[in-house]
Design a protein around this ligand. Sequence first.
Ligand code: BG6
Ligand code: MG
Length: 214
Amino acid sequence: MQKPQAIIFDLDGVLTDTSEYHYQAWKHLADDEGIPFTHEENDAHLRGVGRRESLMYLLKGRSVSASQLTEMMERKNRYYNELIKQMTPNEVIEGGRELLQEIRDAGIKTAVASASKNCMVVLERLELVRYFDGIADGYSVVHGKPAPDVFVYAAGTVHVPVSACLGVEDADAGIESIKAAGMVALGIGPKERFQRADKVLSTLARHRLQDMLD
Ligand code: BG6
Ligand code: MG
């Protein structure tokens, strides 16, 4: 592709492996509630999906009251926060910091488009905040991925038209969001995961800017 004016990154599962922590926190909740839940299910149905939607999947049709729903979402978030409390800057993907610096040095804006309300905490723990010109997170928009809103919002934070942005995502719901926003989409993960990505890399680790654009 042509050199984009901005590259907009999903956080969890792209720049760090927090998607595994999200899985462990959901698994803890599922175990508490006696609900069977596997890693494969997590990958197929929960990756990149918001907290409420994830819980709705996990419950698999069990009926619970509104206050129980809230309590379970809070409990999962407590478990998740216990896990991310231990995070250090070493948990940025290998070469991630250098890649972000290379992108900025090339005159390309950088932004985050995350569904997570814990996005800022994770970015701070990883000491990544200063690498981004704009940040959109779980507090920025009403309609989460696969709606385009969070990527459109992120493009707005760096004043770049959506058509000049490259979006990077590890979740198929996120790729849908990027495409619906009118951006070029780079998928991170196994090829089979993505229906609509313009390009796929198995990981962003140890890659250079040119690898993202070829
Ligand atoms: C996404 C994660 O980034 O954020 C999902 O991939 C998570 O697993 C979603 O459910 C919402 O995160 P949070 O931290 O607000 O519960
Ligand atoms: Mg993700």
